[in-house]
Design a protein around this ligand. Structure first.
Ligand code: GAR
Length: 207
């Protein structure tokens, strides 16, 4: 049984997609041990509680320095003895010490086709604003392992989504979630839980 921690910052629709996929059997051999938010008002925490999943907040606001927060966050994750950390809309940089402790055991969902519209400053709605401003016709989402860079880790899966004329950033965000994120993130978790994924030289292979 793969034990996962899901890390969130906001609405938690990706968390919901994971919960639903476990309930429906699309994800097997997996249990969510804990949901951790950096933001105590994140609706994602409610979603977890509604499903009797332990939900807690570790906020940078409660620590004097970033180092103290980073240390507390890592300790909290480690206390649940999880096999995989899933960043599902977690908008905080993962401390290097956590990447070292969980090498190729942290995955992230990003709302673009990496390497487009990713890196420092590209998160949430900003990604879609940038894509619309550039006039791309195809965007999408990417699931990747987390390394010490921003959105630079080995890519597990990508799903393209068409940009429509007159899309607003919010409309595009919603379509990317529905047609890409909520599909490829649960699928990647299921693949990892069932031993289908290996990483070699920064590349992901499916068995
Ligand atoms: C999602 O679109 C996710 O891809 C994005 O934040 C949103 C969270 O929504 N993550 C990033 O931009 C990470 N760089 P949710 O809370 O409803 O799952």
């Amino acid at each position: 049984m793969l034990k996962i921690a899901v890390m969130v910052s906001g609405g938690g629709t990706n968390l919901q997609a994971i919960i639903d996929a476990i309930d429906s059997g699309k994800i097997t051999n997996t249990e969510i041990s804990v949901v951790i938010s950096n933001n105590k008002n994140a609706y994602a925490l409610e979603r977890a509680k509604n499903h009797n999943i332990e939900a807690l907040c570790v906020s940078p606001k409660d620590y004097t320095t970033r180092e103290e927060f980073n240390e507390a966050l890592l300790k909290k994750v480690q206390s649940f003895d999880v096999d995989l950390v899933v960043l599902a809309g977690f908008l905080v940089a993962i401390p290097d010490a956590m990447v070292d402790a969980y090498e190729n055991r942290i995955i992230n969902i990003h709302p673009s086709l990496i390497p487009s519209f990713c890196g420092v400053g590209y998160y949430g709605l900003k990604v879609h604003e940038a894509a619309l401003e550039r006039g791309v016709k195809i965007t999408g989402a990417t699931v990747h392992f987390v390394d010490k860079g921003t959105d630079t880790g080995p890519i597990i899966a990508q799903q393209p989504v068409e940009v429509l004329e007159n899309d607003t950033p919010k409309e595009l965000q919603q379509r990317v979630m529905e047609q890409a994120e909520w599909i490829i993130l649960p699928r990647a978790i299921n693949d990892i839980a069932n031993g289908k994924i290996t990483v070699e030289n920064h590349n992901v292979y499916r068995k």
